[in-house]
Ligand binder design. Structure first.
Ligand code: SAM
Length: 180
């Protein structure tokens, strides 16, 4: 299933860390792309660097018009779910959402433009308490993929060897990858 995350409302001077975390969660929890509404080259480069070292095929790109992006997504047959504390319960629409491929998941920052409520096929609440786009996205993706995303093999240059007590990491050299 193709899932892209659209991050609205990024303010480069305030949201670097939280938008980076949106990107990290998007990648680690099974989405293939984050689209950033607005520009922040360093943030994009930082996430690309993570993807390069830790594997997988996660992409990040900036767009100047989120509306144009969402419109063309829908024109191409994609569906949109907007995560908001004002939305309907996750469990009510999850089965239908799971059948909707490709899927765009929209998360906001401080405020979201009102049009997104109209453009979205679903406005979904991960509970109806205010919390965070990072938490909302993680819970949503985990429910969407039924937890299986946590077993994905990213095939990265860096890989953690799970351990009950120690930090064990394998780091392959670039040259080793080139040699196969
Ligand atoms: N007024 C916002 C709202 O509509 O959810 C809360 C702003 S919150 C700081 C930033 C983002 O976190 C929101 O745009 C939304 O994507 C996400 N978020 C926060 N709480 C959520 C919840 N209970 N369910 C779903 N998404 C939530």
């Amino acid at each position: 299933m193709r899932v892209v995350v659209l991050r609205l409302g990024h303010r480069p001077e305030r949201d670097k860390r939280i938008t980076t975390h949106v990107g990290l969660v998007a990648r680690a929890f099974g989405s293939q792309e984050m689209i950033l509404a607005g520009r922040d080259e360093r943030l994009v480069e930082g996430l690309e660097d993570v993807a390069l070292r830790w594997g997988g095929d996660f992409q990040v790109r900036s767009v100047s018009s989120w509306k144009a992006e969402a419109r063309s997504w829908k024109e191409a047959g994609g569906r949109i779910v907007h995560l908001t504390m004002y939305g309907t319960p996750l469990s009510e629409s999850m089965e239908e959402i799971r059948r909707s491929d490709p899927l765009m998941v929209v998360v906001g920052a401080e405020k979201v433009p009102p049009e997104i409520y109209e453009m979205a096929d679903w406005n979904v609440g991960v509970g109806n308490q205010p919390h965070s786009e990072v938490a909302a996205l993680a819970v949503f993706l985990d429910r969407l993929f039924l937890g299986r995303e946590l077993e994905m093999d990213f095939g990265g240059r860096i890989e953690v060897v799970p351990s009950p007590r120690y930090k064990t990491v394998i780091e392959r050299r670039k040259e080793d990858e080139a040699e196969g």
